[in-house]
Design a binder for this molecule. Structure first.
Ligand SMILES: [Mg+2]
Length: 199
């Protein structure tokens, strides 16, 4: 198994921000309590809908910078990493993350993300951790470290024309989105564990 290297995205693939965006938006008085559904996408669409894209970028800075500790790992993702380690399958986190938020206070987003991985003790299980400032750098890293597989929540990233051909692409899709694409879908980390067991 040790010719396998599974690359994994970070935000919204390993880290679940489910209610954090909504809670922070309410606390910061960016929105009232009027939203029915409280997902990250719902909050984004609401703020964009009322012409407050600026508030949306500010909110992302707060969540990824100041409130990261309130986010949880997706269910079973840590078990997935442990199983891979048992089976001597290497895993690497490869994330596109700017060093600072686009807007607002200058939180060091890479440091905060590494701290979160340490708090969750994920840093001890994965072989490599890379935070890359641009999408292009992320693609380059996936190629450079030789990922044989890559798991990401963004199908448009997987569909990049210069995505490394050697890596089999998986769309992490916990919300059963309607995006049409040819990539294999993983709806949960439990499903990913089944896949690893089947190898
Ligand atoms: Mg992501």
């Amino acid at each position: 198994m040790n010719d396998i290297l599974i690359g994994i995205d970070f935000d919204n693939t390993i880290v679940c921000y489910d209610s954090v965006f909504y809670e922070v938006a309410v606390e910061r008085k960016m929105i009232g309590c009027e939203l029915q559904c409280r997902s990250k996408e719902q909050v984004r669409d609401y703020l964009r809908g009322i012409g407050r894209e600026d508030q949306w970028t500010l909110l992302q800075g707060y969540v990824y910078g100041a409130c990261m500790s309130r986010a949880n790992p997706f269910p079973s993702v840590i078990d997935f990493f442990k199983l891979c380690r048992e089976k001597r399958i290497f895993t690497a986190i490869v994330s596109h993350k700017t060093l600072f938020p686009f807007n607002g206070p200058k939180y060091d987003l890479h440091r905060v993300a590494r701290q979160w991985l340490e708090d969750q003790q994920i840093d001890r299980i994965v072989a490599q951790i890379h935070f890359e400032p641009t999408r292009k750098d992320k693609l380059h890293r996936i190629s450079q470290i030789g990922c044989t597989h890559f798991i990401d929540d963004l199908p448009d990233f997987l569909a990049e024309t210069d995505f490394p051909k050697a890596a089999e692409r998986f769309h992490f899709d916990p919300n059963f989105s309607e995006f049409k694409h040819q990539f294999r879908r993983l709806h949960s980390w439990a499903e990913a564990i089944e896949w690893i067991i089947s190898l």
